[in-house]
Ligand binder design. Structure first.
Ligand SMILES: Nc1ccn([C@@H]2O[C@H](COP(=O)(O)OP(=O)(O)OP(=O)(O)O)[C@@H](O)[C@H]2O)c(=O)n1
Ligand SMILES: C[C@](O)(CO)[C@H](O)COP(=O)(O)O
Length: 234
C-alpha cells in the first residue's frame, strides 16, 4: 500500500506498439536495454516509486501469454492485450484496472529511463488537487509551423510551449470519461483537454525521453553505461 493521500493508484503501461521507427524485428517494448527490456524497466520504475499500487501492462496479442507467465508471481502486475492505436491500448488498460481505482497514471513503456521520482511528483500534484497532471519540459529549439509543402506558416513563441511526456496522471473517472467516446489523440491529456478540464503541467525529467529511433536507443544505452559507471565510482 502506498503512502499518499489518494485512494488506489494504477499505472497503465502501454507496450503494444510495433516500434516501426526503431526498425527492429521485435516490438519496441521488448527490446533489451542492458540486461532488461524497456517494458521491464518501466514496470520497475512505476512499482519502485512508492506511489503505485497496481501496474497494468498492455501488450501485443501474440506476446500476452508469455508476458502473463513472466509476471505470474506478481499480484501487483496485470497483463492485458492492446489495440491498433495507442489510445485503443490505453482504453484496454482502463478496462483492466479495477473499478475501485481512484487515480490512473499512463506511462509509455518506451520511456524506459524514467526516474521513479517523476511518478511521485505527478501523484503529489494530483494529491494537491489537480485532476489531470502531465510532465513537461521547456523547448530548446525554435519551432516552426509548416504547411503540406513544408513552407513555414509561422513561428510560435516557444516560451509558451512545453514538450510533454509521461507518466500522465488523472482522476480515474475523468480519464474514463475522456476515453468514453473512443476518441484518438497523441496523448491522454489531449482527450481531457477536449472535455474542457484544466490540465496541470509539472516539471518533467530529460531522462524520461521516449525511445523512438535508433539514435534514442543508442543514447539510452550510453546513459545506462554512464549511470552504472557513476554508481561503481562512488
Ligand atoms: N497501438 C499501440 C501503439 C503504441 N503503444 C505504446 O505507446 C507507447 C508510445 O508509443 P510510441 O513510442 O510511438 O511506440 P510505437 O507506436 O511502437 O512506435 P512507432 O510509431 O515507431 O511504431 C509505446 O510504449 C508503445 O508500445 C501501444 O501500447 N499500442
Ligand atoms: C504520449 C506521448 O508520449 C506524449 O509525448 C506521445 O504523444 C506518444 O507519441 P506517439 O508517437 O504518438 O505514440
Amino acid at each position: 500500500m502506498t503512502s499518499h493521500r489518494s485512494g488506489r493508484v494504477v499505472a497503465l503501461i502501454p507496450a503494444a506498439g510495433m516500434g516501426t521507427r526503431l526498425g527492429l524485428p521485435i516490438p519496441k517494448a521488448f527490446v533489451k536495454l542492458g540486461e532488461r527490456t524497456l517494458l521491464q524497466r518501466s514496470v520497475s520504475a512505476a512499482l519502485s516509486s512508492g506511489v503505485v499500487d497496481q501496474v497494468v501492462v498492455i501488450v501485443p496479442a501474440d506476446l500476452a501469454e508469455q508476458i502473463t507467465a513472466e509476471y505470474r508471481s506478481r499480484p501487483d502486475v496485470t497483463v492485458t492485450v492492446g489495440g491498433a492505436e495507442r489510445s485503443d491500448s490505453v482504453r484496454a488498460g482502463l478496462a483492466a484496472a479495477g473499478t475501485d481505482t481512484e487515480l490512473v497514471l499512463v506511462h509509455d513503456a518506451a520511456r524506459a529511463l524514467t526516474p521513479p521520482a517523476l511518478f511521485a511528483a505527478v501523484v503529489a500534484a494530483l494529491d494537491a488537487g489537480a485532476r489531470a497532471v502531465i510532465p513537461g519540459l521547456p523547448v530548446a529549439d525554435t519551432l516552426k509551423r509548416v504547411d503540406h509543402a513544408e513552407t513555414v506558416l509561422d513561428t510560435p513563441d516557444r516560451a509558451e510551449l512545453r514538450a510533454i511526456g509521461t507518466p500522465q496522471g488523472f482522476d480515474a473517472d475523468l480519464l474514463r470519461r475522456a476515453h468514453a467516446d473512443g476518441g484518438d489523440a497523441t496523448d491522454d491529456a489531449g482527450l481531457v483537454e477536449a472535455l474542457g478540464v484544466p490540465v496541470q503541467v509539472v516539471p518533467g525529467d530529460p531522462l524520461a525521453f521516449k525511445i523512438t529511433t535508433p539514435f534514442d536507443l543508442r543514447l539510452a544505452q550510453l546513459l545506462l553505461v554512464d549511470s552504472v559507471a557513476r554508481v561503481e565510482d562512488s
